[in-house]
Write a protein that binds this ligand. Structure first.
Ligand code: PGA
Ligand code: ZN
Length: 430
């Protein structure tokens, strides 16, 4: 008997102390799969809806008991008896239960919790690691359209300095990150990243800035004078770690520009609230990319500035990864538009932006077919759930973006990657 016998959801807490959905999927008498749902702060307008109770007596309205009830009362009865290994049929049932465009009836948090927990249960009944199961799911969604694909370790894109909505708007840009491009494997890459992170803390302190307080994702959150100064500090930290900026370790930015776009111009608080047009914002990014070893720029422009994105990609896209996060919200329709318009050349993949695993896989397939890279990403509100580590490996993502190398909700995922790497090495495949 390997059918789903029971599904049970509960309210648990995420890394910001906010309630989130946890789902258990049972096969027989045992929990065969469990997952917890992440939550963003700098969310894209086109994201699937996170259902919250709004009852101010509990968690200031942030409770998710309605989403929990939707799982237990509405979703569970429809999935009992289903095969947890058949992810696409399960997800199709979930979509049929809530056909609204942003999953606002049951809540994307309810739906995603079930979708992810079912994937864990599917791996359990198939007796394979989750990343192998997800690799199989990707192939099942793609049919024959996919070039041969095997699980592969991603390159981490790791937060060093946090700004924007993740650190009290200390800086306009949301993240300055590093990528250990020359590291031969994950363990080495992580050692390099931790070394850079520690050197950065010391450099910040020596310069009189706060080198201990961290933002939501574990990056340092100093009140620096400018976005550029943050990049400069990270370059110096790479050097202080005896690594070569641009060769051993490159830099990535998540500008998260939607959050300082007022509908007409980009307003940089760190530059006396100066207003930049789309064109000027691209000039600014071009200058930074030319001056520093920046290999990837995420959300360099706002989520509805499609013309600007086309321009940005034309000007920088040949040498730099141009990643759409708020722009695409992991949504196949939005990504299709981006591919047609040649806006961006890479997509950020966050499971809760779209709400089911199979739709996430559809986005990944579209990206692969178009030659876009994809970056599997955590949210700023996270839990000890490690599903995205397996998702990145199982779909052979180019990068994984988890946050920094402190805070256990981040380390749970890095440590899962280390476990997967040692497993793959033992099997003779990386
Ligand atoms: P979020 O931030 O989870 O708050 O949206 C992550 C990101 O923008 O990449
Ligand atoms: Zn982002």
């Amino acid at each position: 008997m390997s059918d789903i016998s029971r599904i049970f959801a509960r309210e648990v807490l995420d890394s910001r102390g906010r309630p989130t959905v946890e789902v258990d999927v049972f096969v027989g008498d045992n929990v065969a799969g469990r997952a917890m749902v992440p939550s963003g702060a700098s969310t894209g307008a086109a994201e699937a809806l996170e259902l919250r109770d709004g009852d101010r007596q509990r968690y200031d309205g942030d409770g998710i008991l309605r989403a929990v009830a939707n799982v237990n009362d509405k979703i569970a009865p429809a999935l009992i008896g289903a095969d947890p290994a058949d992810q696409c049929s399960l997800d199709a049932k979930l979509l049929a239960l809530d056909p609204s465009p942003q999953k606002s009836e049951l809540g994307a948090n309810a739906i995603l919790g079930v979708s992810l927990a079912a994937a864990h249960a599917g791996a359990t009944v198939r007796r394979v690691p989750l990343y192998r199961h997800l690799c199989g799911c990707l192939k099942a969604v793609a049919g024959n359209s996919l070039a041969p694909l095997e699980p592969r370790m991603p390159l981490p894109m790791t937060n060093m300095i946090s700004g924007g909505l993740h650190a009290g708007r200390n800086l306009d840009f949301q993240d300055v990150l590093v990528m250990p491009v020359a590291a031969p494997d994950m363990r080495t890459g992580l050692e390099w990243i931790v070394r850079v992170y520690k050197r950065l803390g010391k450099l910040l302190e020596a310069a009189g800035y706060e080198g201990r307080l961290v933002g939501d994702e574990g990056g340092y959150g100093p009140r620096l004078k400018s976005n550029e100064q943050a990049i400069e500090f990270v370059v110096r930290a790479i050097e202080a770690a005896q690594l070569r900026p641009g060769q051993d370790v490159t830099i990535a930015l998540d500008v998260a520009a939607s959050h300082f776009y007022d509908g007409a111009s980009y307003r940089l608080a760190s530059e006396g609230n100066s207003r930049l047009s789309s064109h000027e914002m691209i000039d600014r990014l071009e200058r930074l990319v030319t001056k520093y070893p920046i290999a990837s720029v995420e959300d360099g422009l706002a989520e509805e500035d499609w013309n600007g994105w086309q321009d940005l990609t034309r000007r920088l896209g040949h040498g730099v990864q141009i990643v759409g996060d708020d722009l695409f919200t992991t949504n196949p329709e939005r990504l299709r538009r981006g591919i047609e318009l040649r806006a961006a050349n890479s997509v950020l993949v966050k499971v809760n932006q779209i709400g089911t695993l199979c739709e996430t896989l559809a986005t990944i397939i579209l990206a692969r077919e178009a030659g876009f890279s994809y970056v599997v990403s955590a949210r700023s509100g996270e839990t000890e759930d490690t599903t995205i580590a397996d998702l990145a490996v199982g779909t052979a993502a180019k990068h994984i973006k988890i946050g920094s190398v402190v805070r256990s909700e981040r380390l749970a995922k890095y440590n899962r990657l280390l476990r997967i790497e040692s497993e793959l090495l033992t099997c003779g495949r990386t």
